[in-house]
Structures are given as structure tokens and as C-alpha cells.
Design a protein around this ligand. Structure first.
Ligand code: GCU
Length: 376
């Protein structure tokens, strides 16, 4: 694939650009499902770990609370529980929607911050003006006839190098170099919520959008890569281990991720701290696993840590497989100005002016893109 240097001139110095290809030859193209499985295994074996096959002694999902709000909206809280060898893990999620004659499209939102005050404080430090409810404006989206589900994935694996070993990882501890990790558990949690959507006839199973910001954006991408029932994906400022290419990345690199957040990735990944160029894949291949589904990636102009040009590059590169599958990639492959969304393809991208986070501006554009692509 020809990629113009003009598009990607901002990489780290000294890094060579031998980027592995999504499609290496005719046979990869002819048999995309098998190439897809191969790419998925690379991410399992080298980065996020492999989700184990699981069998529980007992598991289920219960509605814990049902409220009819004065606004006319319904709010429900649910808990999944999983029991194995007398150990228990649970997953909480909240649903808000407005009653409708039609089955509702859903947005499932990865929330590792919800109930964790230390993390909220940390986010506030990163961006003092952060309005955490803007990350997922449930009530206003519900007024647009979209069912919104906020999934507190930290209830299943806390976002902490030590505490993450409790909960789900206590029931199924990581095994070997590709043992799963907190991020893998979070992605798995999102699939349990997809099971819930499939089991409930209020929802339209052909319109399930996953969304996540930053570490939750990384999770949203990994969840959608594994679970093809998810029909649309929105990842904001997902940066390193999310949408940003590892090769040539500036700001956060693997070496800092594995030091600060060792519980996010599998053991094998720890060998690649300063060796990004030797990985047999790069993050454009994670986006390729989402093809041909509509995908919206956003960056923020002040977010050098996430490295917007490298988030954009992976979108350009993933276009290859979208086109091969009869869809379109990005409608423009030139890095855009701030607040100039590229939204005419099946991959969309914008660079919001401002700091790290997910804002009303991001949601407005994402919703109009998803409405068009998924026809709702
Ligand atoms: C840190 C971390 C990033 C992550 C971000 C977040 O900055 O280094 O990888 O995306 O937190 O989740 O907000």
C-alpha cells in the first residue's frame, strides 16, 4: 500500500517505518476470515492477552433497581454475577432510555472511572476542566431514542496493578505469556452486556455501538475486535495501545505503559518496551479487525501524550481492508485542521481543539455519523 510521507511526517526520529501489512498477498485477501483470525491471535499473544474459555458454577444477571424518572426516562441498574470455586465476581451497569414503540439502538460505554475516586482525581489532574459526565451524556442521548448503558468495568477488575487481581482475575488468573489482563477483562465485560442486549427485546441487536475514552477507548477497540456482534465503534483519545501506531509514536510509548499500567497488557508485551519496531503487528491492524463496521476515531489537539498524527495514521492504513471489503476508508487522507471532521467514509476521524477527553463536540459528530451509517 502506498502511504504518502507527507501524511505521516511527524514520527519519532530514528524509527524506521517497516509497518506490517494487513493484507500481505492475494490469499490474505481471498480468505480474509482466516487472516483476520491470525491478526486477532497476534493481539492476544503479544498485547492484550487471550480471553480464557470459561465455565462458571453459577452466573446470572439481575435487575437491581428500576426507576421511572420525572423526565419520562427509565433508569435501571443491573448486576451480573459469576461464581467459580466459591469465588465471586460481579459487574454493574446502568441503563437509561426513553420508552419507544421501536426497538432501540444502544450505546454501551466502557467506564473504568465510574466508582473510582482515585482515578477521577487523576483525570482531573490531567485535565482540571474535565467534566466527567460529558464523557457519556446518557440522559441527553436517551432523549434521542438511543438506549445508553454505562458499564462499570472496574467492578469486575479494578484499574490498579494490585487490586486488578481480585474479581474476575481471581476466578480466572492469567496463565503464561499471553494470559489475559485487566483490559482483557473489561473487554470481556462489554461482551456480557452485549449478551444482555441480545436477551432483551427492547433493543435492536443490529445497532449496538461501543464507546470509550482513553483507556476505555483502548478497551472499546479490543472488545469490538473480538466481538463481531458490536456494530459500530467510537474510540476517543485512545492513544498508546489504542488507535495510535506504536511505530514512530511520540508522547506515551509502550515503555511507559508497561511501567505505569502493568495490569493492562499480557506478559509478552513487556518485552517490547523499546522494541516497537519488532512487534509483528501495529495498531492499524486492530482497527482492521473492526472492518467493515463503522468506526469513529477522535483525537484532541492538546493531547501530545496520545499522539494524534499516529492515531490518524492507523485510520488511513486500516482503510485498505475497508476498501477490500467493499466499504470506504477515510474520505480524506490528509491530517485535518482542528474541528474539521472527516466523516464521509466508513472510518471517520476528527481532531477536536482542546485537551484530552471526550466532549459534547465529539458526541455530536459521532452520533450523526452513526445515524447515517447504521440508519437510525
Ligand atoms: C494515562 C495513560 C493513557 C490513558 C490515559 C487515560 O494518560 O498514560 O494511556 O489513555 O491515562 O485513560 O485517560
Amino acid at each position: 500500500m502506498m502511504i504518502s510521507c507527507k501524511t505521516f511526517c511527524t514520527g519519532r526520529k530514528g524509527s524506521h517505518m517497516s509497518v506490517p501489512s494487513i493484507i500481505r498477498n492475494e490469499s490474505d485477501l481471498r480468505d480474509w476470515p482466516s487472516r483476520r483470525r491470525e491478526i486477532l491471535s497476534l493481539f492476544e499473544d503479544y498485547e492484550y492477552g487471550k480471553t480464557p474459555d470459561m465455565e462458571f458454577d453459577k452466573s446470572g444477571c439481575v435487575c437491581l433497581e428500576h426507576l421511572e424518572l420525572t423526565s419520562g426516562q427509565i433508569k435501571e441498574s443491573y448486576g451480573f454475577y459469576f461464581i467459580k470455586n466459591k469465588k465471586t465476581a460481579n459487574l454493574r451497569f446502568d441503563l437509561i432510555y426513553r420508552k419507544s414503540e421501536r426497538k432501540l439502538p444502544t450505546i454501551i460505554h466502557v467506564d473504568p472511572f465510574g466508582k473510582n475516586p482515585a482515578l477521577i482525581a487523576y483525570m482531573k489532574k490531567l485535565n482540571p476542566k474535565a467534566q466527567l459526565d460529558e464523557m457519556f451524556p446518557m440522559y441527553s442521548l436517551a432523549n434521542k431514542d438511543i438506549a445508553t448503558i454505562n458499564v462499570d468495568v472496574s467492578s469486575l477488575a479494578p484499574d490498579d496493578p494490585v487490586k486488578s487481581n481480585f474479581g474476575m482475575l481471581e476466578l480466572y488468573p492469567p496463565q503464561g505469556s499471553n494470559g489475559w489482563c485487566a483490559l482483557g477483562v473489561w473487554a470481556w465485560a462489554m461482551s456480557r452486556v452485549v449478551d444482555f442486549i441480545y436477551s432483551d427485546n427492547r433493543f435492536d441487536t443490529s445497532r449496538i455501538i461501543i464507546a470509550g475514552c482513553s483507556r476505555a477507548g483502548k478497551t472499546a477497540l479490543w472488545a469490538a475486535a473480538q466481538d463481531e456482534r458490536i456494530t459500530g465503534v467510537f474510540a476517543s483519545v485512545s492513544g498508546c495501545c489504542g488507535s495510535a501506531m506504536h511505530r514512530g509514536k511520540t508522547g506515551e510509548r509502550i515503555v511507559s505503559i508497561i511501567k505505569e499500567f502493568p495490569h493492562w497488557s499480557c506478559q509478552k508485551f513487556k518485552e517490547y518496551g523499546e522494541r516497537e519496531d519488532e512487534l509483528p503487528f501495529d495498531q492499524h491492524m486492530l482497527l482492521a479487525l473492526i472492518a467493515p463496521r463503522p468506526l469513529y476515531i477522535t483525537s484532541a489537539s492538546e493531547d501530545d501524550w496520545a499522539c494524534p498524527p499516529k492515531e490518524f495514521e492507523s485510520c488511513v492504513r486500516a482503510g485498505e481492508i475497508y476498501r477490500a471489503l467493499g466499504k470506504t476508508g477515510l474520505s480524506s487522507e490528509t491530517f485535518p485542521e482542528t474541528n474539521s471532521p472527516i466523516i464521509d467514509g466508513d472510518i471517520a476521524y476528527h481532531l477536536r481543539k482542546g485537551p484530552h477527553g471526550c466532549k459534547a463536540y465529539d458526541w455530536e459528530n459521532v452520533i450523526s455519523f452513526m445515524r447515517k451509517k447504521l440508519c437510525f
